[in-house]
Write a protein that binds this ligand. Structure first.
Ligand code: NAP
Length: 245
């Protein structure tokens, strides 16, 4: 089974893991629609350079109307959506006793509410055609607790709850899984929301390096292809051994 000619929606695609996923799918001949809070022109150009094709749109995944507008514009009947690869997300590192409720609300809104909104509309489309692959993004922090990251950890555990529930609700027609990356070398690790010593932590990883976004994209594309046909309800660790559940 080739995935060429299929359609995909990739969120968080202006950079990082989302961009790598969009490029990987497009390189296999998938027609991708890419969305982000900001312009995705660089990703569109990179895909064109690969000989691929991409539409782009602006979307705040935490906003219901913004999400619905993307689906109405790009996937309205007779539109077809074969794959969702949902990568948009944010992180904050802060000790609990210094964490304002607004920061908790923001992380839950983007990471968990955003996943619910995007996933619900994608599954609505896939239900009409009776097939599809949903690939969400949790984290290695979707498996375990971590000091100073509790809102992020809670949001990524929540994503795993959606994965396990939707995988059962939409079986056998549609598979639902989550990528669970360990530390990946993207702008997220250098944001001011993270403590500056993050880069020293790669010493804790058995494979002694951070992952690359392309290594996560390989797994997303695998899950959309023939090899992913019998995988559902799983959080797939791509983490250099940082977690061994
Ligand atoms: P990134 O480089 O920061 O990319 C995240 C993208 O999501 C950005 O383009 C960002 O847009 C977008 N975004 C943020 N809020 C959004 C919203 N409300 N609506 C739409 N788009 C929004 O991060 P990344 O490393 O590629 O992370 C991708 C996913 O992997 C996230 O879910 C993250 O939690 C997860 N993850 C990352 C790592 C890691 O080590 N990097 C590890 C485990 C899991 P702006 O540029 O406008 O902010």
């Amino acid at each position: 089974m080739s995935i060429a000619g299929s359609t995909a929606l990739v969120t968080g695609a202006s950079r990082g893991i989302g961009r790598a996923c969009a490029e990987s799918l497009a390189s296999k001949g998938v027609k991708v629609t890419i969305v982000d809070l900001l312009d995705c022109s660089e990703t569109v150009e990179a895909i064109a350079a690969l000989g691929g094709k991409a539409d782009q749109g602006i979307c705040d995944v935490a906003d219901e109307q913004s999400v619905k507008a993307v689906f109405e514009r790009h996937f309205a009947v007779p539109g077809r959506l074969d794959f969702l690869v949902h990568c948009a997300g944010i992180i904050h590192e802060r000790p609990l006793l210094e964490t304002p409720i607004d920061e908790f609300d923001k992380v839950i809104a983007v990471n968990l509410r955003g996943t619910f909104l995007i996933g619900r509309e994608a599954l609505r489309c896939m239900s009409t055609t009776g097939s599809g692959r949903v690939v969400l993004t949790s984290s290695d922090m979707g498996y375990y607790g971590r000091e100073t990251f509790s809102p992020y950890v809670a949001s990524k555990h929540g994503v795993m709850g959606l994965v396990r529930s939707w995988a059962k609700e939409f079986a056998p027609a549609i598979t639902v899984n989550a990528l669970c990356p360990g530390p990946i070398d993207t702008a997220m690790l250098d944001t001011q929301n993270m403590s500056p010593d993050w880069r020293e932590r790669e010493l804790d990883i058995p494979l002694r390096r951070f992952g690359q976004p392309e290594e996560i994209a390989e797994m997303a594309t695998f899950l959309c292809g023939e090899g992913g046909a019998y995988i559902t309800g799983q959080g797939i660790g791509i983490n250099g051994g940082s977690v061994m559940p």
